[in-house]
Write a protein that binds this ligand. Structure first.
Ligand code: NAD
Length: 703
C-alpha cells in the first residue's frame, strides 16, 4: 500500500495501516493534507489485509489545526468536515495516536477517530475563539459527547490548552511518556479490532435534567466575562446544539454559527491580529550574518516602579539580575516590593513558596557600578531626565564589558542623544516596557541611529525569552505607543473644555472596547507624569493655550490621581472606582470661559471620532516616517500595550474596517469646524490622503 502524498504517508505494519501527517512546521491541515488523508483512508479501507487504521504525525506535534492562510478562500475541496466525516464513518476502527499537541482542527481530527491515545504532559485545545470563530469541523459536537458539558464549554469558550490527563472521557489510554505511545497504540489496535469502530457521533446527548440550567448560567457568565466579543456566545450556542439536536443537524448548526462568526468584522480583526503578532517578530533587512549575543546576566539601574517589574521578568525566566540604586535604602525598598509582589502571587496559588525563594535568590542589589562589570545587558530605569540618563550611561560605559548591551527604558527621551554619551553607541538601544512591567506583554524595542543589527536581533529574541511581544520601533518623542496616546489624551482633555464630562468620554471609549477611558487611565497612571512631560515640552504646545489645561489645574491643586484619592475623579480610600466630581466640571467651565471656548452638548459619535481618528492619523504619520515597520505592528503595540480591543484588531485595522475615506473626511471636517484648534491639530496625514486617493488600506502596506 503505497500512498505517498507530499504530506501524508501510509505504512502497513502487520494488519495496521499507519497514516502519518508530515506537513512542517506545524502539521497545518492544508488542502494537500486533507487530500492525502482522504486517499490514505480509501487505500486502507480497500486493503483486505488492513484491520485497523492509526492516524498520527511524523512531527513532534500532532497538528496545530487549520491552515489559516486558506481562510482567504480558493479551492478548499475536500473541506475538513468532509474528511473527518469520512474518517468517522470508516468500517475499520481508526485510532488517533496523539503524539504531541493537537489544537483546533488537529483535535477535531483526533475526535473524528474512534479511539484516542496520548501521553501524560501532552495538551490539546480548541483555540478558534481567539480568531473570532468557533471550531467548525465537528469539534463543538464531538467534544461534548466525550467530555462533560462544562469541560467542553470551558475548552471551546476559553480556547485554552488543556492537559490530556484532565480529559479522561476523551482519551482511551494515556501513557507515561511520548516514547511509550506507539507500543501502547499497537497493543491497543487488538482491542479496537475486537470492539470495532466506535464513532463519537453515535453517543447520545440529551437536553434535560440540570443541563438547560447549566447552559443558561454559562451563557450569562460568558456574556459578562467576554463583553464585546461575538464568538464566545456563539460557541455556547454550538455546544448547546450538540445536546438539543441529532448529530447531523448539530453539525449543520455548527456550520451555520461558524459562518455567522466568520462574516463579522471581529473575525477579520482577530485573524488580522493573529498574523500581526507573528509579523511583528520579523525585522527585514537585518544582516543575516549578525550573531545573537548571549544574555546570561542582567543589570537594572533604578529599583523603582519600572525597574522592579522589569527585574521580575528576568528572574521569572531564570536569569540573574543585579539591581543598582545610589542609596541602599532605595534598593532595600525596591527589593522588598518585589518580594511582596511574589508573596502575593504565592498567596493566590500562582507560585509555590519555593519558587518565590528561587526567584528572589536570582536578584541581588548593588550600589557600586563596579558590580556590573560582567553583565551582558543593562536596562536603565531611572528618573525621566536627560541629565540623569547621561550620568548613568557615562558610568556604564566605564565599567561594562565590551559587547554588553546598554538599554534605556525611557518613555520619551532621545535614545540617540543617550547613545552619544557612550563610546559604544552601536550597543545602545531602547527597551521600553509598559507598566506594570511584570504583567504587560508589550516591549517596544527602540532602534537608535547606530544600534547594531546583532543588538536588535538579540533584543527581539530576548523579548520571547521573557515572554513579551517585542515590536521594533524608531526614535521619536514617545516612540509609537505614547506618541499616539498623547494625541488621544489631548483630545479627551479638549473635549472636556468644550462641554463633555470625563464620564461621558470614558463611557464612549469603553463602548469601543477599551478596558478604561482616558480619564480613568490618567488617574491611574498619575496625572503628574503627563504634567512633567508637558513642562519639558512647552515649545510643542505653546500655540495651543487650551492644551490639557484642566489636567494642569488638577495637578497644581495636588489632584494627581488615584494615589491621592482625587484627580479627574474622586476615589474612596482603598477603592479604585471613579466617582464623578462636579468641581472638575466647574474647573473645565471656568477654563473654557477664560479661553473663549463656548461649551456645548457633544455627541458620543463626536467624542469617538475626535479621540480615535487623530490617533489613527498620527499612526499614519508614524508609518510614513518609518518609525514603525508596518501598520500591523502599531496594532500589536495598541492591543498589548494599551488594551485596544483585540476584536477590533488594533487602531489601524479598525481604520481599515471603518473606511479610510470616512476617517479622512471626518479629519477634514474637524479641521475646518474647530477654528484655530482644528486647523492646527486635525491636519490629515499625507499617507492617509495618498491611501484614500489610491483606494488602498493600511493593511495593503503590510505586504
Ligand atoms: P520611579 O521614580 O518609580 O523609579 C526610578 C528609580 O530610579 C528610583 O528608585 C530612584 O531612586 C532611581 N534612581 C534615580 N536616579 C538614579 C541613578 N542615578 N542611579 C540609580 N538609580 C537611580 O520611576 P519609574 O516610573 O520606574 O520610571 C523609570 C523610567 O521608566 C523612566 O525613564 C520612565 O519614563 C520609564 N517608564 C515609566 C513607565 C511608568 O508607567 N511608570 C512606563 C514606561 C517607562
Amino acid at each position: 500500500m503505497q500512498i505517498d502524498s507530499k504530506c501524508v504517508a501510509v505504512e502497513q505494519i502487520g494488519d495496521v495501516a499507519l497514516i502519518k501527517v508530515n506537513n512542517a512546521p506545524v502539521n497545518a491541515l492544508s488542502r494537500a493534507v486533507r487530500q492525502g488523508l482522504m486517499l490514505a483512508m480509501d487505500a486502507a479501507l480497500a486493503n483486505p489485509d488492513v484491520a485497523a487504521i492509526v492516524i498520527s504525525s511524523e512531527l513532534a506535534l500532532f497538528s496545530a489545526g487549520a491552515d489559516i492562510s486558506e481562510f482567504a478562500g480558493g479551492n478548499l475541496e475536500p473541506g475538513l468536515p468532509q474528511v473527518l466525516n469520512h474518517i468517522e464513518s470508516s468500517v475499520k476502527p481508526v485510532i488517533a495516536a496523539v503524539n504531541g499537541s493537537a489544537f483546533g482542527g488537529g483535535l477535531e481530527l483526533a475526535l473524528s477517530c474512534h479511539y484516542r491515545l496520548s501521553f501524560a504532559g501532552n495538551k490539546v485545545g480548541l483555540p478558534e475563539v481567539h480568531l473570532g470563530i468557533l471550531p467548525g469541523a465537528g469539534g463543538t459536537q464531538r467534544l461534548p459527547r466525550l467530555a462533560d458539558a462544562k469541560t467542553a464549554l470551558d475548552m471551546i469558550v476559553s480556547g485554552a490548552p488543556t492537559p490530556v490527563t484532565a480529559l479522561p472521557g476523551v482519551f482511551d489510554e494515556i501513557v507515561g511518556s511520548a516514547a511509550e505511545l506507539y507500543d501502547a497504540v499497537f497493543a491497543f489496535t487488538k482491542k479496537a479490532i475486537a470492539q470495532g469502530p466506535r464513532p463519537v457521533s453515535a453517543v447520545n446527548l440529551s437536553f434535560d435534567g440540570d443541563t438547560p440550567a447549566l447552559f443558561a448560567g454559562y451563557a450569562e457568565q460568558v456574556k459578562a466575562k467576554t463583553k464585546g466579543f461575538f464568538a464566545p456566545a456563539m460557541c455556547v450556542e454550538a455546544v448547546k446544539a450538540a445536546y438539543q439536536l441529532p448529530f447531523a443537524e448539530g453539525l449543520d448548526e455548527e456550520a451555520n454559527l461558524f459562518m455567522q462568526c466568520m462574516k463579522t468584522p471581529q473575525a477579520r480583526a482577530q485573524q488580522h491580529f493573529f498574523f500581526a503578532e507573528r509579523a511583528a517578530g520579523h525585522v527585514p533587512g537585518l544582516n543575516k550574518e549578525a550573531q545573537l549575543r548571549d544574555i546570561k546576566k542582567v543589570a537594572i539601574i533604578g529599583a523603582g516602579t519600572m525597574g522592579g517589574g522589569i527585574a521580575m521578568n528576568f528572574a521569572n525566566a531564570g536569569i540573574p539580575v543585579t539591581m543598582l540604586e545610589i542609596k541602599q535604602e532605595a534598593l532595600d525598598k525596591g527589593l522588598a516590593l518585589i518580594r511582596r509582589n511574589y508573596e502575593n502571587s504565592a498567596k493566590k496559588g500562582k507560585l509555590t513558596q519555593e519558587q518565590v525563594e528561587q526567584r528572589m535568590a536570582l536578584l541581588t542589589g548593588a550600589t557600586d557600578y563596579q558590580d556590573l562589570s560582567d553583565v551582558d545587558l543593562v536596562i536603565e530605569a531611572v528618573f525621566e531626565k536627560m541629565s540623569v540618563k547621561k550620568e548613568v550611561f557615562t558610568a556604564l560605559d566605564k565599567v561594562c564589558k565590551p559587547g554588553a548591551i546598554l538599554a534605556s527604558n525611557t518613555s520619551t527621551l532621545d535614545i540617540n542623544e543617550i547613545a552619544e554619551c557612550t563610546s559604544r553607541p552601536s550597543d545602545v538601544i531602547g527597551l521600553h516596557f509598559f507598566s506594570p512591567a511584570n504583567v504587560m506583554k508589550l516591549l517596544e524595542i527602540v532602534r537608535a541611529e547606530q544600534t547594531s543589527d546583532d543588538v536588535i536581533k538579540t533584543c527581539m529574541k530576548l523579548a520571547k525569552t521573557i515572554r513579551k511581544v517585542g515590536v521594533l520601533v524608531g526614535v521619536c518623542f514617545g516612540f509609537v505607543g505614547n506618541r499616539m496616546i498623547e494625541v488621544y489624551g489631548r483630545e479627551a482633555n479638549r473635549l472636556m473644555l468644550e462641554g463633555a464630562t470625563p464620564e461621558q468620554v470614558d463611557r464612549v471609549i469603553m463602548q469601543l472596547g477599551m478596558p478604561m477611558g482616558p480619564f480613568t487611565m490618567g488617574d491611574m497612571a498619575g496625572l503628574d507624569i503627563g504634567y512633567f512631560v508637558r513642562q519639558s515640552r512647552k515649545a510643542f504646545i505653546e500655540h495651543d493655550p487650551s492644551y490639557c489645561v484642566v489636567a494642569d489645574v488638577l495637578v497644581e491643586a495636588g489632584r494627581v490621581g488615584l494615589k491621592v484619592g482625587k484627580g479627574a475623579y474622586l476615589y474612596e480610600p482603598g477603592d479604585r472606582k471613579p466617582i464623578s466630581d462636579p468641581e472638575v466640571i466647574e474647573i473645565a467651565a471656568r477654563k473654557a470661559k477664560e479661553l473663549g471656548i463656548e461649551q456645548r452638548q457633544i455627541s458620543d459619535q463626536e467624542i469617538l471620532e475626535r479621540c480615535i481618528y487623530p490617533l489613527i492619523n498620527e499612526g499614519a504619520d508614524i508609518l510614513q516616517e518609518k518609525i514603525a515597520q508596518r501598520a500591523s505592528d502599531i496594532d500589536v503595540i495598541y492591543v498589548y500595550g494599551y488594551g485596544f480591543p483585540v476584536f477590533r484588531g488594533g487602531p489601524m485595522q479598525y481604520a481599515d474596517e471603518t473606511g479610510l475615506s470616512h476617517i479622512l473626511e471626518r479629519m477634514r471636517h474637524y479641521q475646518s469646524s474647530l477654528g484655530e484648534y482644528g486647523k492646527h491639530w486635525f491636519t490629515p496625514s499625507n499617507l492617509l490622503i495618498e491611501l484614500v486617493e489610491q483606494n488602498k488600506t493600511f493593511a495593503s502596506l503590510n505586504k
